[in-house]
Design a protein around this ligand. Sequence first.
Ligand code: ADP
Ligand code: ZN
Length: 760
Amino acid sequence: MSRQQRTLFDTDPAPWELDDQSAQLVATVVYPTGPEQEFDYLVPTGLAEQTEPGRRVRAPLGKGDRLLTGYCVAVQQRRLSRRLKPIREVIDRRSLLSPSMLQLTHWIADHYLCSWGQVLESVIPAGVRVQAGTREAPLLRIEPSALRELSRLSLPAKQAAVMQVLAQSHKPMTPTQLARIAHCTQGPINVLRERGLIHVERGRTDVQDQASAAVPRQRRLTLNPDQQAAYQTLLDAIRSGEHHTLLIHGVTGSGKTEVYIQAIEEVVQRGAQAIVLVPEISLTPQTLERFRSRFDHVAVLHSHLSDPERHWHWQQIADGKIQVVVGARSAIFAPTPRLGLIVLDEEHESTFKQETAPRYHARDVARARAELEKVPLVLGSATPSLDSWHRAHSGPSQLIEMPRRVLDRPLPLVATIDLRNEVHSRHSRGAISRPLHQAITHALQEGGQVILLLNRRGFATHIQCPACGHVVRCPSCDIALTHHRTQDLALCHYCDHREPAPVDCPKCRFPGIKYGGLGTQRLEAEVQARFPGIPCLRMDTDTMQGRGAHEKALTAFRTGKVRILLGTQMIAKGLDFPNVTLVGVINADTALHLPDFRAAERTFHLLTQVAGRTGRGEKGGRVLVQTFNPEHPAIQAATRHDYEAFALQELPIRQMLGYPPFTAMVRLVIRGPAEALAHEFAARVAELLLAALEEAHVDSRLLGPAPAPFARLRGRYRFQLQVQGRDGQQLHNAVRKVTAKLQPPEEVQWIVDVDPLDML
Ligand code: ADP
Ligand code: ZN
């Protein structure tokens, strides 16, 4: 690693340094912003006891000796050959990071080409850093000597009650808490303090207890043979005390969650903790109830937590009071003191990748953490990412198949509807073809419910003038505006720019401007017109704005109040509704032609996931997929629920073209308000990269600079560089060599994305 400390400071040597040549205590510190390297500081004697890795410190930096907050990452006795500045203050009362979490964050910085300090700052929640929800207060605990003498002390009743409460409490209390629980005033407490039987210290206490209500307990289910086999493999891995990655390829409804839960029961019995990662959207009360009904101490970490809530949970986890942490991406950083297992469900989901720096993927971080802490990592999916699938077939991880649904419910029949034929049919005006219309009618007649997927929000997806061809675009993005009918707005889906929907062409004033393309709003209008009186609900980011909106909508559907649920991919994930007998995919091709090497994989995932929403009850279910490309291999494989066929077809293409999982990839995006300047800088970066790759003899390929598929966003021109190579470490080293020294012209910015998922 090249992060060497290189700053020498010209402060006068401290007196104790001059005459004492023996070793000194040195703290190494990294900063969340500013220079990337590590800095060494002297630890003054007065701070020696408090200074430890994982605590934050304040220390002077640079010529002006500006006091900055940084993270202490190492403390060592060292013989000094040069003078060091002393750290000034230790901020935290305890370490925020265990040694293995420090190692993990170091790995992230190294792998994702960002600074260690930046990673630390994003791993420790803001609410924890400011100790949100706690306040400074006197804390009372019983004197150890008094505790031993307790039975022999003869005290007045009130005082005895106070002592009893304190003796039984596992943590110190504030005077107010103590008085409340002991049903007394401050009087007896003060007497006991004066007598030296109660000890007082200053500390932090929670303003509010955040514990959630208890949930009725559920019994263990008896596992079916597939579940039993999977469970046994997990048990063996847990008991081995070593790291294993296990990939469970289990169709939706095969009972994976029950397997996770029983494996976690083993972990908890061994006195360890488990982390369960799910996509944010799957953190529904339903999911949580399943865990809460099986374990006493479950912490849930989601993005809606307030700072005090997050801090409180974090502290509970760090204190070892939590058995299972369930959460979205960032829960991989939960400070469990004795980790026993990590589960990552729906592992193919792209939301596990963070799209701001540090651009980590929770799956890869989970693997690194599981390796460091020598625990198993379980990945689960009905449609594994090709990356995980490839790893399971090429060696490092083990594959577990769960091909059948619980109770042998069959997978739904999937058929395609060729939209090319529909174009010529007089019956089909609009989004819903005749066969789909008939199927919906039939499903409703039989008392079933219907899900319709259309992965585009808004009413019309483009506004174009038939006279001059002008397409109405966002003034600051290279993106066509979408018509949203409720407010009659033309909206940019990227930057949220909004303008009144035009009635004539803004360019040539032709009065007949056309609103074309199909969004969920238009689909909703069509469904209401075709099936009058049938309650229907639209679910997309426009209708699901408020907190709880999602859950409310799902409840309306679950209880049968809503018969037709339509929406974007939001409805494709993880919902379990036994009464859904029909799923219709309005257009399977929306993602198929994006300029992204994972377009086919995404399409396959989405279709398979949405198909899994039906056939969960006794009535069975079917799926109709409307497409212009019925013979496309991804769509073909999805109709047969044949993951393996899809992988067998897609992987050789990836291999041939040198794409992941056969290579490592790094993407750089350079952007700026002036096109020429951004392009020039991108070309310069490309030159430097090429030189670095050649110098290190890295077998690699560099593409670009080229305009990014979204060539302009928020008024900035975007250029991309893409590097691929077989040896990830070599590749990263070469890129780091270049990025460490990049000096872009003013207003030009760059980002580096390792293992990118977003190719737009
Ligand atoms: P997955 O996570 O693979 O989608 P789940 O674990 O959610 O599957 O199981 C699907 C449904 O089947 C759930 O309602 C669950 O309660 C039920 N289930 C799971 N395992 C069993 C079992 N062994 N016996 C009976 N029902 C089960
Ligand atoms: Zn825009």
